[in-house]
Design a protein around this ligand. Structure first.
Ligand SMILES: C[S@@+](CC[C@H](N)C(=O)[O-])C[C@H]1O[C@@H](n2cnc3c(N)ncnc32)[C@H](O)[C@@H]1O
Length: 276
């Protein structure tokens, strides 16, 4: 299991990321100029369909002002910053990658949101929070890296309040082996895809009731189709975060979707009250 976590950490090692971001962001203005979450969206929304997908998921989960939200596997913090700016909630992000958490804190200073958004290095399997702390937990394009789903979903249920919301946006297995490398894994050794049905079967026994269930595969295919047709993406983009092979990783995800090997799932669950 530690071998798996080490492999995942290695995939998102991103050595020197904050320095690379400083250099890349010079294209958007001087260091002391405040940036908006929207300006960073091409490099800090690390999932299919980018910012619109985060906005839709947050709406589906019913995020509102004053809520306490946890983003598990927060990447470089784009979803957390967007949620705080859009809904006025407090957001905490946790991520396994030290470089990503360092970059998240730097980018959050650049958007002037450090009072509302914070990040910690931690495993999703061992969340450093008391029980019942959060109103909403988000998990976007992270479960694919986690083999012990029973523990993952139990841990998320533990930190949620009773009747709290758990919103997921995941790549799921469909028909056949995916082509690697993909954005979450350069080899199958750190990729743990489940089917949509198996994902639900793992989540509900952890103490959740399904409220929304949506196959997002066609929207993801359309998005990839437009992305590939429009040529190289604007800079700076996720290539700064993941390195020069990111275009190939993204192309393989698009190909896996088009060939029906993987799909994309959006779902929202309510945490059952402890007595029910
Ligand atoms: C594809 S990125 C998605 C990032 C973010 N959720 C987003 O949508 O922008 C996957 C993230 O999950 C994190 N991750 C993977 N396994 C994890 C674990 N066991 N605990 C915490 N974070 C994990 C990775 O470090 C990476 O930042």
């Amino acid at each position: 299991m530690n071998d798996v976590l080490d492999g995942v950490r290695d995939h998102y090692r991103a050595t020197g990321l904050t320095e690379r971001l400083k250099t890349a962001l010079a294209a958007l203005g001087p260091e002391d100029q405040q940036l908006t979450p929207q300006q960073l969206a091409a490099l800090d929304q690390f999932h299919t369909r980018g910012l619109p997908a985060t906005a839709e998921l947050a709406k589906l989960a019913g995020v509102t002002a004053g809520m306490s939200v946890l983003d598990v596997g927060s990447g470089v913090g784009g979803p957390a910053r967007f949620l705080a700016a859009t809904f006025g909630c407090q957001v905490t992000g946790v991520d396994l990658s030290e470089a990503f958490v360092g970059a998240s804190r730097y980018l959050t200073e650049r958007t002037g949101q450090s009072g509302q958004v914070s990040f910690e290095i931690a495993s999703a399997l061992e969340l450093p929070f008391d029980a019942g702390r959060f109103d909403v937990v988000l998990l976007q394009h992270v479960a694919m890296n986690i083999s012990d789903r029973t523990r993952l979903y139990r841990e998320i249920r533990r930190v949620l309040k009773s009747r709290g919301m758990f919103a997921i946006f995941d790549v799921v297995r469909k028909d056949g082996e995916p082509h690697y490398p993909v954005p979450w894994a350069r080899t199958p050794a750190t990729s743990f895809l489940l089917t949509a049905a198996a994902t639900r079967a793992a989540i509900e026994p952890a103490g959740f009731r399904t409220l929304a269930w949506h196959d997002d595969t066609e929207a993801a295919k359309t998005w990839f189709g437009q992305l590939f047709a429009s040529g190289p993406p604007p800079s700076p983009n996720l290539g700064v975060v993941m390195g020069p092979d990111f275009a190939q990783l993204a192309a393989n995800l698009g190909r896996n979707l088009m060939e029906g090997r993987v799909g994309v799932l959006t779902a929202v669950f309510e945490a059952a009250s402890v007595n029910s």
